[in-house]
Write a protein that binds this ligand. Structure first.
Ligand code: ADP
Ligand code: ZN
Ligand code: ZN
Length: 839
């Protein structure tokens, strides 16, 4: 077997590259090196898919990641068997980007490839059978039986057969012994072949047949003939209504989609009769899944301050690769993006605009579509695979020179990016948590732009500390917009003291007096209200008043959240759910009470306080299906709702003119985040949600309910003084060794057995402590949640000196340590999850 393709390898060319490193869809850390047979030399392109032998008898499809002249040290290179693409499906810039990502985020290149390719293009393997090219039926010393001959005969007429084909050929199910015998006799090869999962969308269309379409009198006759046949007549009339064929004879060629023709309830059988009688004909066409829309509006004229920000960005791009645009909420960053995008597109380069997940269905996309029309592709995580493949192919074919997308759109096959814009660059959802690659899309975008020699524009009203720090260091350019667009002023803040109101008996259903008054005023003026609480469900816990029991997840060490609507207790970590018990499972008492407030409960409280108001709720529970989010936004936007209660979702980029009041239900909850980023997050979240208020003429009112109005961070948010806030916080970051002063790596050790997990984590710790670089190793500690989905977890946090190649050395050692640990039988099923730059 090993030598079957060997001959080709015996005569390497004088010059050229003889070896290729192949990215394989298997969990191995590095690429595998194969030799390039002489005859294939001209076809070998970076990014092309190839078929290679792997292991003893397996064949895999992979992608060429590198070509070079160095034979592998540790093993004898096997030859590439076949090249699948003449034109590579992945370009060299993408490959460079993948290689960088795998190294930087400490994962396998196969994992990056898996994340990068939409599953419609992924290398999924299906076993196929083909003739062994070295086999000669005449001279072979092995006799064949009848069934084996049937398979070989079939392979004479078809280059390859699937297992299913073989079953058909033999009309039996158990083909394996036969195939196995044929492999042994060196007559066939079994290989894993790439299967294209993408299927184009085919539409059945209907049109008038040429004899009818070409003469008015023929059509007249048809009508006469159909007199009294109401059903058929109605189909013909509908057709003539939708296809203006009498005015524009050519329009008959395109015809009408069959589903549209029959949508008013006309019957399929009547249409069949019309087809049988030669009046209509049906035909099939491949159509785009992505709707074509033409640009219909001009970009806005920039205000004076927007214009000067725009000029300043361009000026800074002359000397900086990345620029941070720090513009207050409502300053009109979108219009500046539009101008930038137009300029870059005109110069012939491509543009990518990244948006946080949830913002993608909102107004900003609608606005951009109006300006850019069908030039713009949208890459959404809720798209079907086939739709994603169409965006991918659209980028390849040049149909989309501009794409708006979620974090995974950095993997699209761009070949000449000129600009990447990262809107709301501070958003933590740009970081992928699970699975690997655990990449930060903003940081990766900067790297991608670097590979393309492109520019990166980062926009935010509340920049991340990393980006702002880079700006203060001169690494990024920095442009500021301090005014809202038009006459809109910044909102006015009120701190509502929960404890004081409670003392004075002014608290009703957990609302302070001032919050109630402001809501009441807004409702009276037909203005709208947003209420923010970062906790979904009805109330976080259900507790027994007698024995203190609370519901716990059976798979994770967390309390279950009470969902009143479905009468369930649910785990927000693993999705486990159970019916709410009517009595305490521990002591049998029926005194079960709810504690704390989730969005569902707030919605209920508000409907008791404001019975006349129309209230909607936006959280993970109400937006699970594809259109839930959009529907709620439409209802709110069109004024069908007065109050919208929601989680983080309502803070993301919404621009509704009639929102004048924003209530932050529990400000303290936002502050109490167990992380060094708590302050940064709180500043961002409160400023962002407040930024939804008063975006037009009427000044917005923001009410923050708190038990601790003296907290410093509130004063800083209210002043809107990001600089002061930053200076205060950055001091602590430096003192306690946190980013941006050090590089963080978090390693989670997981196992179903507590003891095994703990021991592995300790071993890992000792190994890391010995790496000869400047670092601080913290932990291992039990995870914030000690057990998730039955896996115990221990976390280690490593703080690395940023200078030189310390991180690189660290990672090299870390590979060795984890590999060594995993090779010990006791730790074989332990998982080490490495997260670089965790957030
Ligand atoms: P940001 O993203 O900075 O919070 P937006 O881009 O949503 O702000 O702009 C806020 C509002 O101002 C939007 O309704 C937008 O349509 C409007 N706007 C911004 N700039 C202009 C402009 N130059 N001409 C007309 N309207 C504008
Ligand atoms: Zn009890
Ligand atoms: Zn759970």
């Amino acid at each position: 077997m090993e030598n079957l393709f060997g001959d080709q390898d015996l005569y390497p060319p004088e010059s050229g590259n003889n070896f290729a490193d192949i990215i394989l869809p298997v969990p191995i850390p590095r690429m595998f090196t194969y030799s390039i047979p002489h005859t294939m030399q001209p076809e070998i392109n970076l990014g092309a898919r190839v078929i290679v032998p792997f292991g003893k008898k397996k064949v895999l499809t992979g992608i060429i990641g590198k070509v070079h002249n160095k034979p592998p040290q540790a093993y004898q290179a096997k030859p590439i068997l076949e090249v699948l693409d003449d034109t590579p499906s992945v370009n060299p810039l993408q490959i460079r980007f993948w290689v960088w990502m795998a190294e930087y985020y400490f994962c396998h290149i196969g994992e990056v490839m898996h994340a990068a390719l939409p599953s419609g293009l992924r290398l999924s393997s299906e076993s196929k059978v083909q003739l062994n090219p070295n086999y000669d039926r005449e001279t072979s010393k092995f006799p064949l039986d009848d069934r084996e001959i049937m398979i070989l005969d079939a392979l004479d007429s078809k280059p390859e057969l699937s297992y299913e084909d073989c079953e058909k050929v033999l009309s039996i199910k158990s083909i394996h012994p036969i195939l196995k015998s044929l492999v042994k006799k060196e007559a066939i090869l079994i290989f894993e072949r790439l299967q294209e999962k993408y299927t184009p969308k085919v539409e059945t269309r209907v049109r008038l047949t040429p004899p009818i379409a070409e003469s008015k009198s023929a059509l007249q006759e048809v009508f006469e003939a159909l007199a009294g046949k109401a059903k058929q007549e109605s189909i013909l009339l509908k057709y003539l209504r939708d296809v203006p064929f009498l005015q524009k004879p050519k329009s008959n060629e395109k015809g009408l989609d069959k589903a549209t023709l029959l949508e008013e309830g006309d019957s399929e059988s009547s249409l069949k009769t019309l087809i049988k009688n030669g009046i209509f004909e049906s035909f099939k066409v491949v159509v785009n899944r992505l709707a074509e829309e033409e640009a219909e509006s001009e970009p806005a004229v920039l205000s004076t301050s927007q214009q000067s920000a725009f000029e300043e960005i361009k000026h800074q791009f002359e000397s900086k690769q990345s620029v941070l645009l720090h513009g207050v909420t409502g300053s009109g960053k979108t219009e500046i993006y539009i101008q930038m995008i137009m300029e870059v597109l005109e110069s012939g380069s491509q543009v990518l605009l990244l948006l946080p997940e949830i913002a993608l269905t909102t107004q900003i996309v609608t606005r951009l579509k109006k300006v850019f029309g069908s030039k713009m592709g949208v890459y959404h995580s809720k798209y079907s695979d086939n739709e994603r493949v169409e965006v991918w192919n659209g980028v390849l074919s040049g149909r989309f020179s501009f794409v708006v997308g979620v974090r995974s759109s950095i993997f699209l096959p761009f070949d000449s990016l000129g600009l990447i814009i990262v809107d709301e660059e501070h958003e933590s959802s740009y970081k992928q948590f699970d699975p690997a690659p655990r990449f930060q899309a903003r940081d990766s975008a900067i790297m991608l732009a670097y590979f393309h020699q492109a520019r990166t524009l980062l926009g935010s009203a509340t920049p991340s500390f990393e980006s702002y720090f880079n700006a203060t260091q001169g690494k990024f350019g920095y442009v500021e917009l301090t005014n809202r667009f038009g006459n809109a002023s910044m909102p006015q803040f009120h701190l509502a003291d929960l404890a004081a109101d409670k003392r004075k008996n002014l608290l009703k259903l957990d609302t302070t007096r001032i919050l109630r008054e402001r809501i009441q005023e807004a409702l009276a003026k037909q203005e709208q209200v947003l209420i923010f609480q970062n906790r979904r469900g009805y109330s976080p816990y259900i507790q027994c008043e007698d024995c203190g029991w609370t519901g716990q997840c059976v798979q994770c060490d967390v309390s279950l959240t009470y969902h009143q609507f479905s009468e369930e207790l649910r785990c927000h970590y693993c999705g486990y759910k159970e019916k709410t018990p009517s009595a305490c499972p521990a002591c049998g008492s029926t005194h079960l009470t709810t504690m704390g407030m989730g969005t569902e409960r707030i919605e209920e409280s508000l409907s008791l306080l404001f019975p006349e108001a129309r209230i909607g709720r936006m959280d993970l529970d109400t937006t699970r299906n594809k259109h839930g989010y959009q529907r709620l936004l439409d209802e709110f936007g069109s004024g069908n709702l007065d109050i919208l209660v929601g989680t983080q979702m309502i803070t993301k980029g919404l621009d509704f003119g009639r929102v004048t009041v924003v209530g932050i239900w529990d400000g303290d909850r936002i502050l109490n985040f167990p992380d060094f980023r708590a302050g940064e997050r709180a500043f961002q979240q409160i400023t962002q949600v407040a930024g939804r208020a008063g975006r037009r003429e009427v000044q917005g009112q923001v009410i923050v309910q708190t038990r601790d109005p003296e907290t410093q961070i509130y004063a800083q948010v209210i002043k809107g003084d990001y600089f002061e806030f930053f200076n205060h916080e950055i001091h602590d970051r430096k003192k306690f060794y946190y980013p941006p002063f050090v590089k963080l790596v978090k390693i989670t050790t997981r196992h179903t057995d507590f003891k095994v997990a703990e021991k592995a984590a300790l071993n890992l710790h000792h190994g890391m402590a010995e790496i000869p670089i400047k670092k601080i190793v913290l932990g291992p500690e039990k995870g914030i949640i000690a057990r998730i989905k039955n896996q115990y977890q221990f976390e280690s946090l490593i703080k690395l000196d940023r200078s030189g190649n310390t991180p690189v050395i660290f990672k090299e050692h870390l590979w060795k340590i984890t590999e060594e640990l995993k090779s010990r039988p006791e730790f074989r099923s332990v998982r080490f999850v490495v997260d670089v730059d965790p957030s």
